[in-house]
Write a protein that binds this ligand. Sequence first.
Ligand code: ADE
Length: 236
Amino acid sequence: MRIDILTLFPEMFENVLGSSILRIAQEKGLVQYNLFNIREYAENRRCVDDRPYGGGPGMVMKPEPVFNTIEAIESQTDVRPRRILLTPQGCRFTQSIAKELSKEPSVMLICGHYEGFDERIRTGLEAREISIGDYVLSGGEIPAMVVIDSVVRLIPGVLGDSNSTVNESFNEDLLEYPQYTRPAEYRGMRVPDVLMSGNHQKIKEWQANHALKRTMEQRPDLIMNKKKFSLGNIEK
Ligand code: ADE
């Protein structure tokens, strides 16, 4: 997968892309990260933002440097990348969007800064708009890193053990069951006997029950959403 990142702060990505799983994925040749500094594509390099028409606080990112950057990148590539705009106004990012993006050959992440984008960036680019949650960050860079991390680890071959993503949270809309390692007892807290019993059937049941219990306690909304979905199917 090719991942193009358009940002005013490329240096923010260096440690994140150069560490852990994201670095290994690039070393294995499974992903290629390309950083583009939007400022370098501005007609006037010192001016990538301006005051909003109609007044109001803060600065707004101008359309021209962003369009110029995208055109420069796309003029050199055969595959048109899936364009993604990181913005608090976007659709909420989920594991299922991460799975969908992990199958794309080419993804372009466009990071805004300042108070926001000129609306023509949104309307003119036909990009998918993604928010990582209902809070406002000072730019799209950290959200882009969140998207990259969650997508890249799903690319086949990136994680050593191909099962590593099967049992984790949000698969089947459930949180992951509790996990334990040695010692069997720590500060009076014991590992449940069933997990040390060697009875695989019983262990599976325990894991399934605890995934459900934990989801009901911590994220009942995941179960409610699932119910709504299956009721919808029945009605059809
Ligand atoms: N830019 C600022 N806040 C954001 C958020 N919550 N998600 C995506 N992009 C953002």
